[in-house]
Design a protein around this ligand. Structure first.
Ligand code: NDP
Ligand code: 8X3
Length: 249
């Protein structure tokens, strides 16, 4: 029987790449996100390559939607809590509280709602693995990023507590903490301003969604007795939130 991997935020970037990579590794994929047409094209791509994929379209910010879509699942072997966003890049006195709500509701509360439904199934099965997408922002707060960094600090804390909570049930918890990955992340952060988003990666060869997916696939397929608690990944031109070496174009 194929192992089942549930991936939130599989319509783009790291989540989409992870769905493709795990399908290639033999997992049956349950891909989720809000954009149904993107999920349909991911499903078609996985199935064309001989894999198996089902899709669930919902917003992780709604506890009711999360419960309605995920409670019926009988089994989940691997949960990748990936759905998330940064909205805005602004000093605290000028931040938009709607952006703050979106980040807190998605990155913290959404991750918790999904986890609350899926982990009891893992506990009942006596096995499972939860992989949370944190960030270097989860330990290195930076100027203009108070709320995004706070949400990723929360993911960092939640991941550590979850690991302890689920230890005796035989469930692994891993936090993947990337630096700069070129996805739709910056375009979303800048509310669709593509020029500003492109400038983030100027003079740098950033990581790709596929790079992170490779790490996730490796972590997910380790022997039962071995867990990666956390993994920090950056482009080789980055050394932290404040240290990026940009080559002159
Ligand atoms: P993308 O913007 O490319 O992808 C984000 C995904 O999250 C999309 O599939 C989107 O799907 C989903 N999503 C966002 N909001 C919701 C919601 N309310 N309900 C359901 N799904 C939602 O960004 P990345 O792939 O880069 O981001 C993935 C994760 O990686 C995030 O948690 C991010 O914080 C983290 N990360 C990213 C880094 C980077 O530099 N790119 C670095 C470190 C961490 P849809 O819009 O269809 O709902
Ligand atoms: C995304 C990376 O540096 O923009 O989590 O916070 S950063």
């Amino acid at each position: 029987m194929k192992k089942l991997a549930l991936i939130t935020g599989a319509t783009s970037g790291i989540g989409r790449a992870t769905a493709l990579r795990l399908a290639e590794a033999g997992y049956a994929i349950i891909a989720t996100g809000r954009r149904a047409e993107r999920l349909a094209s991911l499903k078609a791509e996985i199935e064309a390559a001989g894999g198996s994929c089902s899709t669930l379209t919902f917003d992780v910010r709604s506890e009711e939607e999360v419960r309605r879509h995920l409670e019926p699942l009988e089994r989940v072997d691997l949960l990748v809590n990936n759905a998330g966003l940064a909205a805005g890049l602004e000093h605290i006195d000028r931040g938009d509280t709607r952006d703050w709500d979106a980040m807190i509701d998605t990155n913290i509360k959404g991750l918790l709602y999904v986890t609350r439904v899926i982990t009891p199934k893992m506990v009942a099965a006596g096995t499972g693995h939860v992989i949370n997408l944190g960030s270097i922002a989860g330990t290195e707060p930076y100027e203009n990023g108070a709320v995004y960094c706070a949400t990723k600090h929360a993911v960092h804390a939640i991941s550590q507590s979850m690991r302890a909570d689920l230890l005796s049930a035989g469930i692994k918890v891993t936090e993947i903490r990337p630096g700069m990955v070129e996805t739709e992340f910056s375009e979303v952060r800048f509310h669709g301003d593509r020029e500003r988003a492109a400038a983030v990666y100027e003079g740098v060869e950033p990581l790709t969604g596929a790079d992170i997916a490779e790490a996730i696939a490796w972590v997910a397929q380790l022997p039962t007795h071995m867990n990666v608690n956390e993994m920090v990944l950056m482009p080789s031109q980055q050394a932290g939130s404040y240290y990026t070496y940009r080559k002159k174009q």
